[in-house]
Design a protein around this ligand. Structure first.
Ligand code: ADP
Length: 742
């Protein structure tokens, strides 16, 4: 044994005894691989993973047949995969293909010695490294054809992954990255959080799979507000979200409007769905046909909820209502990068659908597609096949529809448009949260996040957005009654197929060493055409960013900035948010104080003899009081973004009376941006966050929205008078209960 080898070993021992890497079992073995004749696995063999075991301390579930369904392509597995290939219009190679095969011999240099250690290379071209030791460095392996990459495995802290853990472990294993299941004292490249950005505090580098504020933004009320603001500006483009009212604030408007509709036409008898604000998994949801049926109070407190037009004519398959769970990755906010997973899930009701009537309003298995509800119905069908059962892959459903002659390319492009527009609606407020948690100049991680879009197809094939989940379940097991009254979690091939693919592709896109490649490899030029993003059977396999072709093709497809030209003009509120952020002043703040609001008015030269600074103060007080009145527990005083938007729309209405709302807002924005261009750099410096960069002038192209009277936007809540009761948005970031689907 050479001196250097001994030194390396000693260093490793020391690192371990200092607790450098928190975990002791399984994962750590990799660090000694180069000196071992047989490479140790990067993470524990999933066949030996028991969910009830240590790595899954947050759960108490047991897995059956884990190894069989995951690792060995057993008979059942193979059959289902073959079927998958013949059935799927969307899906490419199966997860797990070509994985774990031993790579060619490789070498490892010890710095300063010229000494080489022998080992096996990994299929993704990474070298195994002893990275805690400064004496040992990664190296190249050139075989004359390819240049292997000089880098250590990407490190992932999975200690907070919660119910995503199983799928995450499989993904990390497929990528041959390095997992830290108990966390790590030194920094990791990626931190995987199960719930929120704040699951792990004090992260100053790397990337976290959650954005600050995403949970709050996607709560039902806040999402409805964000979409409604867009509906006011772009009613046709945002007609994919059912008409909604926020309770309790809009109870009066809701009952008045419904009464008027009924008075106008006695044959009209609409149905509404009531959803508690922080709810998930169908909890607390009920249908009503009359405002008097609303349950407005919980004890002595008014219930926060959204009441929404119920889509009465959904598309049915096998006479059942179903919805689509689509996975969407926001890779970055600035620049905005959005990816959509080509493969998703569909969740089926378990009782044949009938249009709502007084008799069937309470039939949850008929009206609600939530898996968590339907799994308890006697009719729920667990199936290993992806095209039958109560949970199926999206591609199998699209395939069924194609067979019926449906133009699924059009459906798919409508879905892409819906996703991009929804993300554009929530980005402005997300940026406010982002700069508050990670102020510019302060060290902090960058963020990305997988979102779960719940989409319903109407009978006329128009996609409708039901909600967006900030914590889509990444479980790859499902609950099953194994004996009367005894439920266990058993592996779910359908979930595994879809979710492992989504997580693995997300990791690949976030790989710090491959960012450029992964983005550029997915960019395609060209116009937004129906179905362009929809790969059909026989599509050529796309190379994974590791260049080795060892992994299945990517299921995540970039849609933004790819379709910037088509959607950029919608990013108007983001530009107003940039103004707002610019004047926030204090780092970490999310609300404008009265002085900052005055500074904004002065800097943008918005006051004059008709609108004095005294009027400005009154406007500020009036709007801020109403908004903060709606949030009694609000800790931060001042004007939040939604209140600022109301003020901005009001100012726009005053200044450009003769124009339509969108033009009013656009004109005021351009005026403000022009003023700011000439301002002193001191203001610029105060808050020159990347988020505050003005976007290019909006580009107008044809819209994709299909007009549908059922889904027409609510009567615009015009903000041109301060008497308007624009409703408050909760901005209190950390106290809100997570809308966790797990
Ligand atoms: P949760 O977060 O509790 O799952 P959702 O908004 O997803 O709340 O609603 C639950 C289910 O109710 C959906 O999966 C869908 O089946 C049904 N649903 C929700 N909104 C509507 C609507 N506007 N029209 C018809 N069905 C709806």
């Amino acid at each position: 044994m050479s001196d250097h080898y001994v030194k390396v070993k000693v260093q490793l021992e020391q690192m371990k005894s200092f607790g450098e890497d928190a975990e002791k079992e399984g994962v750590d073995a990799e660090e000694q691989v180069p000196v071992s004749p047989i490479p140790a696995p990067v993470s524990p063999d999933p066949s030996s993973i028991t969910i009830a075991g240590k790595d899954a301390s947050n759960t108490s579930i047991t897995c059956k047949h884990r190894g069989k369904s995951r690792i060995k392509p057993g008979k059942d597995d193979k059959n289902s995969r073959d079927k998958h290939f013949s059935d799927m219009p969307l899906v490419s190679a199966p997860v797990g293909k070509n994985l774990n095969r031993p790579g060619p011999e490789r070498t490892l240099h010890i710095k300063g010695t010229g000494r080489i250690l022998q080992g096996k290379s990994e299929t993704n071209g990474n070298y195994l490294t002893i990275h805690p030791s400064k004496n040992i460095k990664e190296t190249h392996h050139e075989d004359g054809f390819s240049l292997a990459r000089k880098r250590r495995p990407v490190t992932v802290d999975t200690s907070k992954a919660k119910t995503s853990l199983e799928a995450l472990k499989l993904s990390i294993k497929q990528l041959k990255w390095k997992e830290f299941p108990l966390g790590r004292r030194t920094a990791c490249d990626i931190y995987w959080h199960g719930v929120s950005f704040h699951d792990n505090e004090n992260i100053v580098s790397g990337q976290v799979n959650k954005f600050p504020g995403m949970i709050e933004m996607l709560r039902k009320i806040n999402l409805s507000r964000a979409v409604r603001t867009m509906q006011e500006l772009f009613p046709e483009e945002y007609d994919f979200y059912p008409r909604s009212w926020i309770l309790p604030e809009e109870y009066q408007q809701f009952s008045t409007q419904i009464r008027m509709v009924k008075e106008n036409d006695a044959t009209v008898n609409p149905t509404f769905i009531v959803k508690p604000d922080g709810g998930s998994q169908g909890d607390g949801i009920y249908l009503i046909r009359d405002p008097s049926d609303l349950k407005l109070m919980v004890g002595s407190q008014a219930k926060q909820a959204v009441v929404q037009e119920y889509i009465q004519k959904p598309l049915l398959i096998d006479k059942l209502k179903f919805d689509i769970r689509l996975y969407v990755l926001i890779k970055s906010l600035e620049p905005l990068e959005i990816y959509i997973a080509k493969e998703g899930l569909t969740r089926f009701c378990t009782e044949p659908y009938q249009e709502p009537s007084q008799k069937n309003l309470s039939h949850v298995f008929m009206h609600l597609t939530n898996y968590s509800l339907n799994v308890h119905s006697g009719n729920f069908v667990h199936s290993d096949s992806q095209s039958t059962g109560s949970k199926r892959t999206l591609s199998s459903v699209l395939y069924r529809l194609t067979a019926k002659g449906v133009d699924i390319k059009k459906v798919w492009s409508d879905i892409i448009a819906l996703v991009i527009k929804t993300v554009i609606a929530v980005v402005p407020e997300l940026k406010v949260y982002y700069q508050a948690d990670i102020p510019p100049g302060k060290p902090g991680p960058t963020c990305f996040q997988i979102l779960g879009f719940d989409i319903l197809l109407m009978k006329n094939l128009k996609p409708v957005l039901l909600e967006v989940n900030s914590n889509p379940s990444m479980r790859i097991e499902h609950e099953q009654e194994v004996a009367p009254g005894v439920f266990e979690y058993v592996p779910s091939p359908v979930d595994e197929e879809v979710k492992v693919g989504v997580i693995r592709d997300t990791l690949l896109l976030m790989d710090p060493g491959h960012k450029k490649h992964s983005v550029s490899s997915q960019l395609r030029s060209g116009a937004f055409e129906h179905g362009e993003e929809m790969p059909m059977e026989g599509e050529t396999q796309e190379q994974s960013p590791d260049g080795g072709g060892a992994l299945p093709s990517l299921c995540l497809k970039q849609v933004y900035p790819k379709y910037t030209k088509q959607f950029n003009y919608l990013r108007l509120v983001e530009r107003i948010a940039a103004l707002f952020i610019r004047f926030l002043g204090v780092k970490g703040n999310m609300r404008l104080g009265p002085t900052a609001f005055r500074t904004f008015i002065r800097t943008c030269k918005l006051s004059n003899s008709n609108f004095t600074m005294a009027s400005v103060d009154i406007l500020y007080i009036d709007i801020t009081r109403r908004w903060s009145g709606a949030v009694p527990d609000s800790r931060e005083a001042g004007m939040g973004l939604q209140a600022f938007l109301e003020a901005f729309f009001y100012l726009a209405g005053r200044r450009f009376k003769s124009l339509a709302l969108r033009e009013q807002v656009m004109s005021l924005l351009e005026l403000c941006e022009a003023q700011l261009e000439f301002q002193s750099p001191s203001i610029e410096d105060r808050r020159s966050v990347s988020c505050s960069r003005a976007l290019p002038r909006a580009i107008r192209t044809q819209t994709l929205g299909l007009s549908n009277p059922l889904l027409s936007s609510p009567a615009p809540l015009r903000r041109a008078t301060s008497q308007d009761h624009r409703l408050h948005q909760k901005l209190n970031p950390r106290t809100l209960r997570a809308n966790v689907e797990n």
